[in-house]
Ligand binder design. Sequence first.
Ligand code: PHE
Length: 485
Amino acid sequence: MITRAEYELLKYLPKGSLSDVAENTSLGDGAYSIANSLQKKGLVKIDERIERIVQLTDEGRKYLEDGLPEKRALCALECGARPVSSFGEEAPIVVMWLKRKGWAELSSGKLELTKDGKEACKLQSPEEKMLKRLGAGGVGSEELSEDPELINTLKDRCIVDIRESKVLDAKLTDKGDAMLKNPVFEEEGLSSVTHEMLKNGSWRDKKFRRYGIRDAEEIWPARAHPLKIAIDKIRRIFLEMGFEETEGNFIESSFWNFDALFQPQDHPARDLADTFYLDDLGHELPPQHREVSKMHESGGDIESIGWRYPWSKEVAKQAVLRTHTTSLSAQNLTRAKIPSKMFSVGRVFRNESLDYKHLAEFYQVEGIVVSEEVNFKNLLWYLKEFYKKLGFKKIRFRPAYFPYTEMSCEPEVYFEERGEWVELGGSGIFRPEVVKPLLGVECPVLAWGLGIERPLMLQMGLGDLRTFYRNDLDWLREYKTDEVL
Ligand code: PHE
């Protein structure tokens, strides 16, 4: 017996691969689990194959437009011999290919066409033909096997790259064929509970689809995500050092994210390119805005000249996704006692294009120490102590700049296996221009904001930050707990 959804899939399968069905029909990714249950019933057989697709690289595309260097050189040489140097920085490629193809000869620093070379001017070389084909769209595995050597040469020249992707295919078995012709349907229950059903209690009388847990081939117990383990450890370290934990909002006014931190309103970090703005959610400014605005305009009543520009309330009211948890430290300052120590771990958001070492949202661990007794050396001690407790032995500091701290520095830790120093975030002593309007008095405040994913990625030997957010079940099941910080 089969369900309606299984019947749908049986109908599609003779026409395309399972991956096609998942991509192009309303079954979507659900097609995979339906195929699995059909396989268990012996109605289909799932196969996996690797498909290789050849594509032009950026360089390849450039050559498609401008022509391959050796072909351009060939045309240039048609009018007569030329010195190698006239080919500029392409000279080494040109000489190598013209000689290898037997199109030209080199004598006393000049290239001259051979007979073959003269012939070749008029013809399209196999490389050029392939370039054109690739320009018109990717080339699949069949074409690949036509002339593997040509493709390899193009790959070595970085003109093409070859991508491999898994294609899942499911074929109907004889039993499956018979079922498609004469389907016998299961009586199906509902697959989800709605809000309404919960509210009026009607779920009690409904019949629901059963989950086949007993059919599961493997059962995996729940496991904490590595990021969660790391964050818990970090929280424990700060709590043990006597810090109070605080929490803030993802959505903040620009006031808390920037202005309160003495970041001028035309600062480039406020740009749309770096910051996610939200339609104004009517953030009202807190009373501290008066002192903050004076600080920006003239330096207020402390020894400062401020940024000297007319400060705008409207700009400060704009809502943003916090770009750093320092926005929370600024708010913590307004309620801080002297002395006190506070920290937070939370997500921040930046308008970044994603790649293996950039995420648009990531975690920061942020801390402040407010005390008449502390100085820059204490800041270095806190950071060293923190990283020592996380298990890093070699720590160093590089001078840095932030609009809200003076002095400022960036801690780095050393990764033995990679032989590399890795930057972790920023830190410094808040400027009086930040402290006075928020705390009410001038007092040393040590502050830091450190990334979590980057050191964790390196510690775990991962090559890509996005691994943390892919929810790849195989990885989650297999990572080794002792690799997590
Ligand atoms: N906010 C800075 C960042 O996100 C880090 C920082 C925090 C620097 C506190 C100095 C003081 O990179």
